[in-house]
Design a protein around this ligand. Structure first.
Ligand SMILES: [Zn+2]
Ligand SMILES: [Zn+2]
Length: 142
């Protein structure tokens, strides 16, 4: 399974410089299951690196996404969210608290014939929306 730190260390030819600020961002993301937004990453990392700017965080996220080391999610309509787990999986978002959880079940989604005819499909992403367990419970109590 690809992780953020390993390919960086294993491939010295990679064009991404390992600045302390970037490493702080990698550390924050490595194994992170919360699908954080750029703002959340910035808020956490800038606690340690006070000189860190939001632009640095944002540009690093863009670069990592471009290199296929990070997945950008558009499931949250308010902001982009980032997932260091680039293995194929789906997502559930809670409409109340915007928590995103991974859906690792293998779903067989058949490509519609009108797409399969002349398109090259390289991936499928299924989005589930609803309420997480704690928001579901709160709703019942109202
Ligand atoms: Zn929720
Ligand atoms: Zn995920």
């Amino acid at each position: 399974m690809p992780t953020l730190k390993k390919p960086l260390q294993a491939a010295p030819g990679r064009k991404m410089k390992r600045t302390p600020q970037r490493l702080a961002i990698f550390d924050y993301l490595d194994g992170n299951k919360k699908h954080p937004s750029a703002e959340e990453i910035y808020r956490s990392v800038s606690r340690t690196y006070q000189s860190m700017s939001f632009a640095t965080v944002y540009n690093t996220l863009k670069a990592l996404t471009g290199k296929g080391m990070l997945r950008e999610l558009t499931i949250d309509p308010d902001r982009k969210r980032y997932d260091p787990d680039t293995s194929p999986h789906h997502h559930f978002i809670c409409l109340q608290c915007r928590k995103i959880v991974d859906v690792h079940s293998i779903l067989t989604v058949e490509t519609p014939r009108e797409i399969a005819r002349d398109h090259l499909v390289v991936g499928t992403h299924v989005e589930f929306t609803g309420l997480c367990p704690s928001c579901k419970k709160r709703k019942k109590m109202q």
